[in-house]
Design a protein around this ligand. Structure first.
Ligand SMILES: NC(=O)c1ccc[n+]([C@@H]2O[C@H](COP(=O)([O-])OP(=O)(O)OC[C@H]3O[C@@H](n4cnc5c(N)ncnc54)[C@H](O)[C@@H]3O)[C@@H](O)[C@H]2O)c1
Ligand SMILES: [Zn+2]
Ligand SMILES: [Zn+2]
Length: 354
């Protein structure tokens, strides 16, 4: 039995890099040698015990690598291909996938909420030397030779998610857009709003460094929620309310501020992961008859999504490298979690090299 190094979740605040069994490709699967990965805010929720996964699971869900082994039936790729795999790995064949809702993949049946999120959730993940990719034919996206691992690693999750916040809102050319929170997801929401043709983009956060990066990613104006009444200022800047508000934090406060920043018939596009109760005050919502739209989105995955996102980078429409601020070896991942979790030293995303 061959071994590999991997970051294993053992329980709350207990992750360890240790030797585990190296995966083998079964029918329809592939094994890739991971060349670069990263840590997601969702991994922090897992390590802090706020999102349950089974002890013994290898965590992480953002793999870039080289195909090491192809299982029976995988004819679309060759061993040695460099590939990007989305954080969400839909089966491509169930009712949800074939209806265009692949992130809610039903595992061969109807729909299952978050069912497309498998890596580091229901199966072993990417913070490892090797990772087994399910439904390989639907999920391995070949990386163009011109692109480096660093240019594509953030497309797997945060860029796909952030951009989808703008896409789900159906931003139109000339729209005004406010993005609540400029963490990695919100910054990609800002970049997504720009890609979609927004005219005025307002980035909201309370961290000076992140507000500066917000401008770099496309914000025209930034607001510090610590010192500004954000909804009032957004209504002033937009002449009555933004066309679109993207929520990228997942708190009742930002959800409500997003709603209060909208014009009637505006769209609230929510990306945050919430816990507890979310209340909607009637007056922020025109008593329910203001023609508002509220949409939510889980990160889109699958090889076609990854191909499109890599094209966006290849043709110079967006550069995510400024978000990759630190680099660690897999052996040092506990240190990386600490830095990332404490948001120290201007960290946005950390590159992890197995
Ligand atoms: N929808 C999806 O598929 C998906 C995917 C990944 C992550 N997420 C979720 O997206 C959210 C954001 O993730 P992240 O990694 O960017 O988070 P993060 O924790 O790195 O960043 C959050 C940011 O919010 C700012 N902030 C705090 N309070 C604020 C306030 N009142 N107003 C404005 N900004 C405020 C902080 O300064 C920080 O910069 C999380 O809820 C995460 O779980 C969703
Ligand atoms: Zn994630
Ligand atoms: Zn499916």
């Amino acid at each position: 039995m061959e071994k590999m190094k991997a970051n294993v979740f053992h329980g709350k605040d207990d992750i360890r890099v240790e030797e585990v069994e190296k995966p083998r490709a079964r029918v329809g699967e592939a094994v890739i040698r991971v060349t670069l990965t990263t840590i997601c805010g969702t991994d922090l929720h897992i390590v802090r015990g706020e999102y349950p996964v089974a002890p013994g699971l290898v965590i992480g869900h953002e793999p870039v690598g080289v195909i090491e082994e192809l299982g029976e039936g995988v004819t679309s790729h060759r061993i040695g291909d460099r590939v990007l795999v989305g954080a969400i790995t839909p089966c491509g064949q169930c009712r949800a996938c074939l209806s265009g809702h692949a992130s809610q993949c039903g595992h061969g049946e109807g729909y299952e909420a978050l069912g497309g999120w498998r890596f580091g959730n229901t199966i072993n993940g990417a913070q490892a030397e090797y990772v087994r990719v399910p439904y390989a034919q639907a999920n391995l996206a070949k990386i163009p030779d011109e692109l480096t691992d660093e240019q594509v690693v953030l497309l797997s999750d945060i860029a796909s998610t952030g951009f989808s916040g703008a896409e789900s809102a159906r931003i139109k050319i000339g729209d005004s857009v406010v993005v609540f929170a400029q963490g990695p997801i919100g910054l990609c929401g800002t970049a997504g709003a720009k890609l979609m043709g927004a005219s005025l983009i307002i980035g909201v956060d309370g961290d000076d460094h992140r507000l500066a990066v917000s401008k770099q990613m496309g914000a025209d104006v930034t607001l510090d929620y610590r010192s500004v009444d954000v909804p009032a200022e957004v209504r002033r800047l937009t002449g009555g309310g933004a066309d679109v508000a993207i929520e990228a934090l997942g708190t009742p406060q930002t959800f409500e501020s997003a709603l209060r920043s909208l014009r009637p018939a505006g769209t609230l596009s929510s990306l945050g992961v919430y816990s507890g109760k979310l209340e909607i005050p009637y007056e922020a919502f025109a008593a329910g008859i203001g023609d508002h739209r509220i949409v939510t989105t889980l990160c889109p995955g699958g090889k076609e999504r990854m191909r499109r996102l890599m094209d966006v980078v290849l043709h110079g429409r967006v550069d995510l490298r400024p978000l990759l601020t630190h680099r660690f070896k897999l052996e040092e991942i506990t240190e990386a979690y600490q830095l990332f979790g404490e948001r120290k030293d201007g960290v946005l995303k950390v590159a992890i090299e197995p």
